[in-house]
Ligand binder design. Structure first.
Ligand code: TMP
Length: 217
């Protein structure tokens, strides 16, 4: 029987450098001969990406209520799991996902103030026990991360999406939400100080992957 692949997720607020580090982790695993599927949430499948457009639309025709936002996150996730993540894991591929359910607890739970119990109910319904094997939390102060987002946008990185338009208090709550998740599950989470240079972050990722993966063998 093929051994099931592993699910690695990267999390953190806006501007912490997730995309570059998803690419780094993906390349690191591929260099060790593993089949790797790099993907993201919300999105990852054609229908999931259509839901993403609804969620990120900076100027929606009507405001999106928090419950609809929560349900759309899980609708995209259900499709993603069915079409891409579960089949990949079943054939032994490793999945590197840019955000997953911890983002729902951080953004919809801590950020929007939705009850964690309701999120847990949806998590159970949609995931039926599937959780990441490793979650890398890229953490840095909100002000510095927000300056990175602004400079990316100033250098032609498009317009702010619906989440990027939120205020400092929202992002401070999101950061705190992630911090609590990491504290509650130290075996799954690895916190990385993302305020440092990309090179320093990736040196830590290199060590981290080496030790975690060795511990799974
Ligand atoms: P991205 O810009 O990192 O690709 O993510 C899109 C936005 O979606 C980001 O602002 C965080 C938000 N998000 C949630 O609010 N809840 C979720 O469950 C996920 C996966 C993302």
């Amino acid at each position: 029987m093929t051994e099931r692949g592993r699910l690695i997720t990267l999390e953190g607020g806006e501007g912490v450098g997730k995309s570059s580090n998803v690419a780094f982790v993906t390349a690191w695993l591929k260099a060790r001969g593993l089949e790797v599927v790099a993907t993201r949430e919300p999105g990852g499948t054609p229908r999931g990406e259509a839901i993403r457009e609804l969620l990120l639309d900076p100027a929606p025709a009507e405001p999106l209520c928090s419950d609809a936002e929560l349900l759309l996150m899980f609708a995209a996730r259900a499709q993603h799991l069915a079409e891409k993540i579960r089949p990949a894991l079943a054939r032994g591929a490793w999945v590197v996902c840019d955000r997953f359910t911890d983002a729902t607890y951080a953004y919809q739970g801590a950020g929007r103030g939705l009850d964690n119990q309701r999120i847990a109910t949806l998590e159970h319904f949609v995931q039926a026990g599937l959780t990441p094997d490793l979650t890398i939390l890229l953490d840095m102060p909100v002000e510095a991360a927000s300056r990175r987002v602004s400079s990316r946008l100033d250098s032609g990185g498009g317009q702010r999406d619906r989440f990027e338009r939120e205020q400092r208090d929202f992002f401070a709550a999101v950061r705190e939400g992630y911090r609590q998740r990491a504290e509650a599950e130290p075996g799954r989470f690895a916190r990385v100080d993302a305020a440092r240079s990309l090179e320093a972050v990736q040196t830590q990722l290199d060590d981290l992957l080496e030790t975690r993966i060795a511990s799974w063998r």
